[in-house]
Design a protein. Sequence first.
Length: 259
Amino acid sequence: MNTRSLRLKWCLLSVFLTCLMSTAGVASPISSHQSYRLGVNDVVRIQVYGEEDLTVESKVDGDGNINFPLLGMISIAGKTSLELQEYLTTRLAGGYVRSPKVTASILKYRNFYVSGEVKSPGGYPYEEGLSVQKALTIAGGMTEKAEKHDLNILRSVNGNPQILPVKADTVVLPDDTIVVAEGKRFYVSGEVKTPGRYLYEKGLTVHKAITMVGGFTDKAAVGRTKILRIVDGEEQSLRVTLDAQVLPEDIVVVPRSFF
């Protein structure tokens, strides 16, 4: 079997959402101090001191509105709780309530989402202070195929989708999609115990790669070990030593000895 056929045989589909990523820009790491802004499906509680009839618990509808006594339908999507309090205070003071004291809180948050190489991808109820690590635990943890050191969040920033690099302790927001990509791979073929496709890790050497696959067979021509690598779109065959670095998508080839 030639090397191109071997590469095609081992190649798998990449994680879904690639199409979304292609339209998104890469931004700087996420700050954990961003103010939470209300959106569709959040449930809010609004109270006006001394005015029991103005106590409201309501879900934000698909247009970003709630129905509030005296004021009717009001748009609250995009506002923080503080901004909502200030907005209602101003509106009610304009002829409805004398010196209104308004408090607004969030009873229930909308979902966050986890996609890609986790055991149970999907949407989950958000909770305040949620970290990436806890979100992944809620989704059942990563699969064996996951890239564990390169996590991203797909987030809408000012109406624009962006891919943001994150760490385990990064704070997650509602409507975020945590994207766990499939890990990079390398390949080993020829005279080794268990040839195949393996998860790549940084700093990988030929020696470590051979160890991961069970070592050489007794027919291996160790001194003629080589790496097949794509460079500028063309495949190159590189004679290597055991301490040579292996890169993602490399194929380590161990020929059979002539003797």
